[in-house]
Write a protein of this length. Structure first.
Length: 125
């Protein structure tokens, strides 16, 4: 599992996860992923477009990241997962955190005030 990091416009943290989020992959990136979820009101995009597989341990990591960001008053979206990965996330109950579309649109959506039912454009069927 490879992790790369970039900042978008100085306030949104974009993490790209490429490979398999299996046991070995999760253990390889867990500390780094969670470190990027810290701070005050973090805005985090985890790009899953290049993630091929997510195990239960990978789901636990994503859920932990979502909870960590939320506890700090921030927001986190899972960006553009492939169909098989999106299916696993849906079964795990994480579908409300999936954003399909461009990076700029996702960053803009993260910056909007959090509502009780956030709109998620371009949701896949």
């Amino acid at each position: 599992m490879q992790l790369s990091f970039a900042e978008i416009d100085g306030d949104v943290r974009r993490l790209n996860l490429a490979g398999n989020l299996d046991i070995a992959g999760t253990l390889a990136v867990e500390t780094k992923v969670l470190a990027h979820c810290g701070g005050e009101q973090p805005l985090v995009l985890i790009d899953l477009a290049e993630t091929l597989f997510v195990s239960s341990l990978g789901i636990r990591l994503l859920l932990q990241a979502i909870k960590t960001v939320a506890a700090r008053g921030g927001r986190l979206f899972l960006l553009n997962p492939s169909a098989p990965v999106a299916s696993v996330l849906d079964i795990a109950g994480l579908d409300s955190h999936i954003f399909r579309g461009g990076e700029a649109g996702a960053a803009a959506a993260l910056r909007q005030k959090q509502s009780t039912n956030p709109s998620m454009p371009e949701k896949s069927p």
